[in-house]
Design a protein around this ligand. Structure first.
Ligand code: HEC
Ligand code: HEC
Ligand code: HEC
Ligand code: HEC
Length: 464
């Protein structure tokens, strides 16, 4: 079966001139059409009681859209902020259409398979596809049809909207008044991860995937590159103070946040009646053709033959970074991961023990995320990472398709960053080798670990 139905196989595919312009036009008109229906059905679900209501209200993306604010057609140069952020979002960014996709045929089918009446009214969907906040936190300009809008990422604007343009106002002052601090890499990564991986309130589990939802995967630097940029990284600093290795740090931080959030999902779900949750296991362990001869039988099993492995993709690349930065942390992490892994593959495991073990890893990953967000990264670290991840091809391929996918995104992100700073001789050959990994991931049915391991290792060989 087709697991990796990725429209998203690389950064370059997204930059398609004519198609993008057409989409921009379509996006704009559908946005207009929806906004003009002013008495749009008010959102049904309010925020769950479990989540404490933030004290500030949400004003809607429309409140940022005036041409004097963030709705300029072209980038301005008078200020540090180009002020065309709204136009970029509404015309090019898929987030602006996140709500409208809930009206599509595919969403209707998912909803039917989930026993949901209407996707666009269900809190099961709105939590990630729109700004699903309690009615008392919505001002008059709020519109659910904005989908994933400015305040989905930047936080409720009421507390800073009129102040944040003042000369004597700072980013820190906005953060104190409810703005989400996206300059901080941990809080940025966890914001994206809350929708792109899921959290206690919003989850894409195996039931939703089986119903037809795309399986979620995430890596911050790759997804940042895929998102039509409406900002320049660290633009508040002087050009000379900006970190040229920002992307490596963003990658590392996001890996630790992903591991933390994944382990939190495991800890939560393991307490559930519906455990085991299949989406926490390696998809291909169950979804593959039975062929003879079988590479699985030839390769052999590390544990109990015929049990699905858990999905270690958020750990297998991260551990290379942890080893470089702190060997003691790496040893402790390896030990705790081995503990939770063993519990997950043993079907007789006690559910409470799984939760304890998963929380232990989540707590360590949380500390690692803060550490990695400020870790010293440079050209040497970036190169050392590419080399050690590439040399680890066999272990990564053993982890399964998801792990190879993380390795591919990682190698592309790190190498792009490296190649920007250092001119090597066979840059194109290395980029092609990474691309061939993505091509291979497009064909999950013919998944063959030794071939993928070799492709991963090829990157290191070409580096010399
Ligand atoms: C945990 C967050 C989350 C929840 C809950 C969620 N989604 Fe999604 N959905 C996403 C993300 C993220 C994507 C984009 C996946 C990607 O491209 O990587 C997506 C993509 C989709 C797509 C494909 C859109 C396209 O452009 O092709 C559809 C359709 C969809 N979701 C419908 C639903 C429906 C219906 C529900 C409720 C039953 C739902 N989603 C619940 C996060 C979520
Ligand atoms: C999917 C998440 C997301 C959405 C949606 C989003 N942003 Fe952003 N935005 C970011 C990230 C990440 C940054 C970079 C971090 C930073 O500079 O604060 C950023 C940066 C910015 C900046 C630059 C801030 C600075 O100090 O340099 C502005 C201005 C901005 N966004 C405005 C908007 C507006 C207006 C909208 C809605 C039309 C919007 N954003 C929607 C994620 C998002
Ligand atoms: C409130 C939930 C939410 C948050 C927060 C969020 N996203 Fe998304 N994102 C979505 C949904 C839903 C989609 C799918 C929209 C669609 O397909 O129409 C999506 C789509 C995307 C896509 C397009 C993927 C594709 O298939 O082409 C990228 C890239 C992306 N998000 C990056 C980010 C980044 C980077 C952040 C953090 C700065 C972020 N997102 C934060 C919900 C979210
Ligand atoms: C422990 C075994 C197991 C694991 C692991 C597993 N699945 Fe499934 N999956 C199943 C079973 C059993 C069904 C139901 C098949 C049926 O209805 O015939 C199913 C159904 C599905 C379906 C719908 C049926 C179809 O043919 O379209 C999809 C899609 C799917 N799984 C995707 C995934 C993805 C993606 C992952 C990894 C994130 C995954 N599965 C992990 C066992 C598993």
């Amino acid at each position: 079966m087709q697991l990796a139905h990725r429209e998203l196989t690389g950064r370059t595919m997204i930059r398609l001139g004519a198609v993008v312009i057409l989409l921009m036009a379509m996006g704009y008109f559908s946005y207009r059409a929806i906004r003009s229906r002013s008495e749009w059905e008010s959102p049904v679900a309010s925020a769950t009681e479990a989540s404490p209501a933030p004290p500030f209200s949400y004003t809607g993306s429309g409140s940022c859209s005036s041409t004097a604010c963030h709705g300029g057609v072209t980038a301005r140069t008078a200020n540090r902020v180009p002020q065309n952020e709204f136009s970029t979002w509404v015309l090019k960014d898929k987030h602006a259409r996140a709500y409208t996709v809930l009206l599509d045929k595919r969403a209707v089918q998912i909803a039917r398979n989930m026993g949901i009446d209407r996707a666009e009214r269900s809190r099961r969907c709105l939590g990630c596809h729109a700004l699903n906040v309690a009615p008392e936190l919505q001002t008059r300009s709020f519109a659910i049809a904005d989908g994933v809008g400015c305040e989905s990422c930047h936080g409720p604007a009421e507390g800073w909207l009129s102040e944040h343009t003042r000369k004597d106002w700072s980013h820190e002052a906005s953060v104190k008044r409810g703005m989400h601090d996206l300059r901080d890499l941990v809080s940025r990564a966890e914001k994206c991860s809350s929708c792109h991986l899921g959290d206690a309130e919003n989850e894409v589990d195996h039931q939703l995937i089986a119903a037809g939802h795309p399986d979620l995967f995430f890596e911050l630097d790759t997804f940042t590159a895929l998102m039509p940029a409406h900002w320049e990284e660290e633009s508040w600093k002087n050009a000379s103070e900006r970190d040229p290795w920002f992307a490596t740090r963003a990658w590392a931080t996001s890996q630790a946040v992903s591991l933390r959030d994944f382990m939190r999902l495991v800890a939560g779900r393991s307490q559930d009646q519906s455990w085991p949750e299949f989406s926490h296991y390696e998809c291909n362990a169950c979804h593959h053709d039975l062929t003879m001869p079988s590479w699985r039988q030839i390769r052999g099993y590390t544990g109990f033959a015929g049990r699905p492995n858990w999905n270690p993709s958020r750990y297998l690349v991260l551990r290379h970074m942890v080893r470089l930065i702190s060997p003691e942390e790496a040893i402790a992490l390896d030990r705790e991961i081995a503990g939770v892994g063993e519990l997950l593959v043993n079907s007789a495991s006690d559910q409470a023990s799984i939760a304890v073990a998963a929380r232990l890893v989540a707590d360590r990953a949380d500390r690692l995320a803060s550490m990695l967000a400020h870790a010293p990264v440079d050209q040497q670290v970036t190169l050392a990472l590419i080399r050690s991840i590439s040399a680890d091809g066999h272990e990564l391929a053993r982890g399964g398709l998801r792990s190879v996918e993380q390795a591919a995104m990682t190698l592309e992100s790190l190498y792009d960053n490296y190649a920007r700073a250092v001119k090597g001789t066979n840059q194109q050959a290395i980029k092609d080798a990474i691309r061939s990994l993505f091509d291979d991931l497009e064909k999950p049915r013919s998944f063959e670990p030794s071939r993928l391991a070799d492709r991963i290792q090829q990157v290191g060989r070409l580096l010399g």
